[in-house]
Design a protein around this ligand. Structure first.
Ligand code: GBH
Length: 448
């Protein structure tokens, strides 16, 4: 089969978790139902020019109504775990009071997973901030970290006992930098100073939420998910090697250093003339509170060359395999990065690959979806992860992004990451060959 780790891989051990992931705004739709409030992504999508072809998450995969079918697909695939996110605007009103109808949706979903023997990895924040909080400054307002803690406290009280692992934030780098720095994501601010401040408040919210999650749901694991990418020097010169290092500071250390070392890398504030965030006394101790695990989302690598002191440029290598996102397929990068993080961070907790996958043109036909590029992509990344594990890196699980073709943020519906094809006219789901091959491997592992 074409989607499986190598025969001798530690990933074949029974306790290693295989799953797939989604996020609320990308799949749920039903944006006006059961008291859901507006999110920053509803507002961003309604702003002309922000999302390709003006597409929105208003319907998406209609998962809010089709969740049972989607759980049946998870069961059919034989997955150990499902990673999804809760839509904050569904579960609290503007005064911070619980919205029972919204919360009930997630209770039904979690019960449905339990009935099928599938563990839940639940993300609290996958970018859909309630718009009323953005109207008060969003992540630029320190108060939002406190509101996030209230939300985490409420969810972990309501859903305690049903969740295997809580994730505070998905990819703070994207939420901070794409949302407040370059403006490609909601809420669409463009200022590097804002990005640094938004990042600080996101991380502060993470740290503040941890004690509540632990107290309310002591059997669950608590962690955070970061997007990471290794940087490679275009040429073997000191200047290009430094450019690669600066990229990794910007992309990886900006998030991982405060979490695992309790400090921001000082050189960060020289890159692109960023300015330091306002940090109150004690904040860094809150941010570096221990977590049970770190989730890593891995897609590609970057190749960099120097563009002067403290400056780097991306280099587009010709003649390499790419996905329809135009991201290079470079599995070796996963092994290199995992091993580098293992060397770099003394306090590195157990790891999960919480996202890995690719977008491809799989054709719009129902019936058979022949996505052999995805099958090969997954298999090669499984092998890279296995090599890192053989060299001592503690990886506990692996989630493919994504279960379903879905709303790919600023790119709308054209970039298809799913193991399962979705026809967005009919909402018909079709398992792609990658999904069938993944299921074959999981069945074989369960039997053996
Ligand atoms: C994830 O973000 C999101 O969590 C998910 O919602 C989304 O659907 C999925 O990925 C697919 O986009 O030159 O290596 O730096 C992805 C974060 C950050 C990954 C920027 C690619 C640029 C390529 N992305 N990164 S690289």
């Amino acid at each position: 089969d074409l989607v499986s780790p190598p025969a001798d891989s530690a990933m074949r051990r029974r306790e290693f978790i295989f799953g797939a992931g989604t996020s609320s705004y990308q799949i749920e739709g039903a944006v006006h139902e059961d008291g859901r409030l507006e999110s920053i992504w509803d507002r961003f999508c309604a702003t002309p020019g922000k999302v390709l072809r003006g597409e929105t998450g208003a319907t998406a995969c209609d998962h809010y109504h089709r969740w049972q079918d989607d759980l049946d697909i998870l069961e059919r695939l034989g997955l150990d775990a499902y990673r999804f996110s809760i839509a904050w605007p569904r579960v609290m009103d503007e005064a911070g009071r619980p919205n029972a109808r919204g919360i009930d949706f997630y209770k039904r979903l979690l019960d449905g997973l339990a009935e099928r023997g599938i563990r839940a990895f639940v993300t609290l924040y996958h970018w859909d901030l309630p718009q009323h909080l953005e109207d008060r400054g969003g992540w630029l307002n320190r108060e939002t970290a406190q509101r996030f803690t209230d939300y985490a406290d409420l969810m972990s009280r309501e859903l305690a006992g049903r969740v295997a692992a809580w994730t505070t934030h998905n990819e703070p780098w994207c939420a901070a930098y794409l949302g407040y720095g370059d403006g490609h994501h909601a809420p669409g601010h463009k200022s590097t100073r804002s990005a640094a401040q938004a990042m600080h408040h996101l991380l502060l919210g993470h740290g503040l939420a941890l004690p509540a999650l632990r107290a309310n749901d002591p059997k669950a694991r608590q962690g955070i998910v970061a997007n990471v990418a290794p940087g490679y020097a275009d040429t073997d010169t000191a200047a290009d090697r430094n450019a690669a290092r600066l990229f990794e500071t910007f992309q990886n250390r900006w998030v991982l250093d405060p979490l695992l070392k309790g400090e921001y890398p000082a050189e960060l504030w020289r890159l692109r003339d960023d300015s330091e965030p306002v940090v109150a006394p004690g904040d860094m101790d809150i941010i570096q509170r221990p977590v049970d695990y770190l989730g890593l989302n891995f897609y590609s690598r970057a190749v960099l060359r120097s563009a002067g002191p403290d400056r780097f440029d991306w280099v587009r290598r010709p003649d390499v395999e790419r996905t329809t996102m135009d991201w290079e397929v470079y599995p070796q990068g996963m092994q290199d990065l995992l091993e580098a993080l293992d060397r770099e961070y003394v306090r590195l907790p157990p790891l999960y690959i919480t996202e890995n996958g690719m977008s491809s043109d799989d054709g719009g036909d129902a019936g058979e979806v022949d996505d052999r590029q995805r099958q090969a992509y997954i298999k090669r990344h499984f092998a890279a992860c296995s090599r890192a594990m053989a060299n001592g890196v503690d990886v506990r699980g692996y989630f493919i992004w994504s279960l379903l073709d879905n709303f790919e943020w600023a790119f709308g519906y054209e970039r298809r990451f799913g193991l399962v094809h979705v026809d967005f006219d009919t909402q018909q789901r079709t398992l792609k060959r990658s999904a069938l091959a993944y299921a074959d491997f999981l069945r074989e592992r369960a039997a053996g």
